[in-house]
Design a binder for this molecule. Structure first.
Ligand SMILES: Cc1cc2nc3c(=O)[nH]c(=O)nc-3n(C[C@H](O)[C@H](O)[C@H](O)COP(=O)(O)O)c2cc1C
Length: 381
């Protein structure tokens, strides 16, 4: 007799060519702590702290193009120097038996002219600004080709840096999403108009990355129905069904979808009623489905057990809990992650100085000995 046991967060799973020992993935988190756009030893310490044996991390968005950066101190991956900088992080993660994908992130019109070559306007599909931001300039056909080539170059440098794979950031209203959706793409050439045309840039980027890495090491992030940064579509269901059916045929390692209710920062239906479930059947083995946004230990377990996702991404909880995986395993409370003041920029503080559960306990014991009654406080999330 065989007994069917539903998978849970600690069931192993094969993702691309990686044999993961659990399904708790660290989501990409921009932390703006790489001066001169080169990943450094502090970044390596931070990623190393969050690595686990057989666990997958996704790097913060890293710039794959001269026109990609939209925010200060974001590390790039376009040059040999930047690749060497990242090597420190991949080595720190591998030393713990973990894996790390690089997220290639072009911000497009979400960027600023101050980060652009020659301080030109940021680039996009069309010259349509995000409310309150600079008006971008539309990429011409030669420039599109150039940016696609830059993605390929970056994929090569990511491989050289020792990354286990690449996640292409096509979500959250950034450049690839700006091409995809009707609100930001009014082009009248073969990159605009029909769904096929609007998705052309996305597939050219995927194909460029696949020149450097096999499909089993490539992934992509999309955010259907998210609607941030003024990006929306006249018919999102048809658009994302088209894109996912085509992507599924590539047999990528995983497809990463962001829950439309942005990480619990907005009120919305429970995860079990997420609109993303309309798309779930389109993603089939060997490609795995990664869902991120507002998940807890309990809702992550439920989603995996019900087959709504194969692996679950956690963003903010990983910021303040370097040992998130262990805390989940032991059922320990989490250090509060709701204060955004340390998310972006700064140094080690609020970045690589968060304690593990064990360290907190030791510190409490020490304090108890000195001042009875004192001790670190936790808030359960
Ligand atoms: C500080 C911060 C930085 C982020 N940076 C990125 C990023 O570089 N790339 C990306 O795809 N998502 C980014 N996100 C989104 C997260 O990956 C994740 O989707 C979001 O935090 C919701 O998940 P959570 O509820 O588990 O935090 C960021 C989120 C936060 C809070």
């Amino acid at each position: 007799m065989t007994i069917d046991v539903a998978p849970h967060l600690f069931s192993p799973i094969k993702v691309g060519d990686l044999e993961l020992k659990h399904r708790i993935v660290m989501g990409p988190l921009t932390r703006s702590r790489s001066p001169k756009e080169v990943a450094n030893t502090l970044n390596a310490e931070y990623y190393g702290q969050r690595a686990t044996d057989g666990g997958l991390l996704i790097s913060e968005g890293t710039s794959p193009s001269l026109t990609a950066a939209g925010y200060p101190n974001v590390p790039g991956i376009l040059t040999e120097e930047q690749s060497k900088g990242w090597k420190l992080s991949t080595a720190a993660v591998h030393a713990k038996g973990g894996y790390i994908y690089a997220q290639l992130w072009h911000t497009g019109r979400a960027g600023k002219s101050e980060f652009q070559p020659d301080k030109k306007a940021p680039v996009s599909a069309s010259a349509i600004p995000i409310d309150g931001k600079e008006t971008p300039r539309a990429l011409d056909l030669d420039e599109i080709k150039y940016v696609v080539n830059e993605f390929q170059t970056s994929a090569k440098w990511a491989r050289e840096a020792g990354f286990d794979g690449i996640e292409i950031h096509a979500a959250h209203g950034y450049l690839i999403d700006q091409f995809l959706q009707t609100s930001s793409n009014k082009r009248d050439d073969h990159y605009g108009g029909s769904i096929e045309n609007r998705a052309r840039f996305l597939f050219e980027v995927v194909d460029a990355v696949l020149k450097e890495l096999p499909a089993s090491k490539v992934a992509i992030r999309l955010s259907p129905w998210l609607g941030i940064q003024n990006v929306s579509d006249e018919d999102p269901e048809t658009l994302f069904k088209y894109v996912l059916v085509k992507l599924n045929a590539y047999k990528l390692a995983y497809i990463h979808l962001t829950e439309p209710v942005w990480g619990g920062w907005q009120q919305g239906p429970p995860h079990s009623q997420s609109k993303l479930q309309i798309l779930r059947p389109l993603i089939t083995s060997p490609t795995k489905l990664l869902l991120t946004g507002g998940y807890t230990l309990e809702t992550g377990e439920e989603a995996v057990a019900a087959g709504r996702a194969d692996i679950i991404g956690y963003g903010r909880p990983f910021i303040t809990n370097p040992d998130l995986v262990e805390r989940f395993r032991l059922g320990k409370p989490l250090t509060d992650y709701s204060d955004p003041s340390k998310y972006y920029g700064g140094g080690r503080e609020g970045y690589a100085d968060y304690l593990t559960w064990e360290e907190e306990e030791q510190r409490k014991e020490k304090k108890e000995k000195l001042i009875p009654g004192s001790g670190a406080t936790h808030s359960k999330y």
